[in-house]
Every structure is written in structure tokens, then in C-alpha cells.
Design a protein around this ligand. Structure first.
Ligand code: ATP
Length: 212
């Protein structure tokens, strides 16, 4: 589903991705790990077409995420490390996602409820004014409701309390079949039951890649 060939991304003279070659296939759930600055987020962003590579390419189901951005993003659910500064109210955001990404609004509410996020009494509240954990819960609910082939999480649990993390991992376990799940994390112990492949990056390279 995702094929990364000889991918190099530099910022100035800093090589953030150094000739990465890697494939992610259906039913693979990958923990992507490595020290701060190893290149994990740059790799994730390259998969989503945020960056023009210096060399090499990414293909998602044969499509280029820069040239075919909208088509590619249609297949991806993504929750970033830090929630974006969205100024819409929760009701407006759900409506926007429902229309633009054709996500079932009721399913968003269902997953929000499963994540113990009280949407109903917060509908008019600005996303911006939610707590860090509430924002993350809503983004997770949207990511699950979108029913994408590819789910990418970049350290999504930092703001979640232990109960919410358990809820999240339970829902994810129910949703991983027939998908690629790419999970950037520093806490392997939390996702060990969820993943079947473990990749370590260091200095922009993949230094270990194990399936189990
Ligand atoms: N937009 C950018 N402009 C300049 N340099 C960048 C940019 N994004 C990332 N880098 C650099 O690329 C390298 C890899 O950063 P990246 O964010 O991919 O690391 P990471 O593995 O996700 O780290 P962390 O675990 O801290 O999130 C770092 O040296 C970082 O400074």
C-alpha cells in the first residue's frame, strides 16, 4: 500500500531522511520508533505529501502523495503530535469533516462517546478552547470514523490519561483489520499488543526493521 523508494529529505544541510527504502502492506501495524530528531515525523509527513523529497519517492497505492494529494489523503486518517489550531466549533468541525471527507457524523459521535468525550454538551465550544486531551480524543474519533485504509498516528496519546489510552487502544484493535497502521511512539510497551512490526530510525535512516 505504501512504497518508499530511496527517499531523501534535507532541510538546508540537515539530512532528515537518508535514502529510506521501505514498504508497508495491508494488515501491517507498525510501531515507528527512534530518538528525538531521528526523522519519524518527517517520514510521516513525506508519506502524506507535505514535503518535496530531495531524492526518491513515496507511492500510496501507486499514487504520488504530492501530485495526487486529494486522492491520497482520501485513503489516510492522520492524528498529529500536536492538535492543529482549528477555530471552528465542534459542531462546525464535525459538519466540515462530514461534507469534505464524507465521514459519517454519527460515527464520529459514536467514537467520541467511546473515548468518553462528551460531545453533546460541547457542540458550540471552539475546538481551540478544548483541553489538550479533549482535542486529541476528538481527532482520534474522527480518524476512526473515517474508515481509511491507512491510519497514521504521530504520538497521539501524550495528552491522554491512562483510561483514555486504554479506550483508544481497544478501539484501534477493533479497527486495524485490512489496514496499514503506522504508529509513531516512544512507548513500545503500550502498543506491543497492537503492532506486528517494529521499525527504529536513527539519524534519518532505518536502523532496524522486525516483524513478529
Ligand atoms: N520543517 C523543518 N525545518 C527544518 N528542519 C526540520 C523540519 N522538520 C524537521 N526538521 C529536522 O529534521 C530532523 C528530524 O526531525 P523529525 O521531527 O522528523 O524527528 P522525530 O523523529 O519525529 O523527533 P521527535 O521524536 O522529537 O518527534 C531534526 O533534525 C529536525 O530538526
Amino acid at each position: 500500500m505504501i512504497k518508499i523508494s530511496n527517499l531523501t529529505k534535507k532541510f538546508g544541510s540537515n539530512v532528515s531522511l537518508d535514502s529510506i527504502n521501505c514498504e508497508f502492506k495491508k494488515n501491517e501495524s507498525i510501531a515507528l520508533m527512534g530518538a528525538n530528531g531521528a526523522g519519524k515525523t518527517t517520514l510521516v509527513r513525506s508519506i502524506m505529501g507535505y514535503y518535496h523529497p530531495n531524492e526518491g519517492e513515496v507511492l500510496i497505492n501507486g499514487q504520488n502523495p504530492i501530485k495526487d494529494r486529494l486522492d491520497v489523503l482520501d485513503h489516510i486518517s492522520f492524528v498529529p503530535q500536536l492538535p492543529p489550531p482549528i477555530r471552528l466549533s465542534i459542531a462546525e468541525l464535525i459538519e466540515y469533516i462530514g461534507v469534505s471527507a464524507k465521514v459519517d457524523r454519527e460515527l464520529i459521535k459514536y467514537y467520541a462517546n467511546e473515548m468518553k468525550l462528551d460531545i453533546t454538551s460541547n457542540l458550540s465550544k471552539s475546538f481551540f478552547k478544548l483541553s489538550g486531551g479533549m482535542k486529541q480524543k476528538l481527532l482520534i474519533a474522527i480518524s476512526l470514523a473515517k474508515k481509511s485504509d491507512i491510519i497514521i498516528y504521530d504520538e497521539p496519546t501524550a495528552n491522554l490519561d491512562p483510561k483514555a489510552r486504554d479506550d483508544f487502544y481497544r478501539l484501534l484493535k477493533q479497527n486495524e483489520e485490512d489496514k496499514v497502521l503506522l504508529f509513531v511512539t516512544h512507548r513500545l510497551e503500550e502498543v506491543r499488543d497492537l503492532v506486528n512490526r517494529q521499525i527504529y530510525m536513527d539519524l534519518g535512516k532505518i536502523v532496524s526493521d522486525e516483524r513478529f
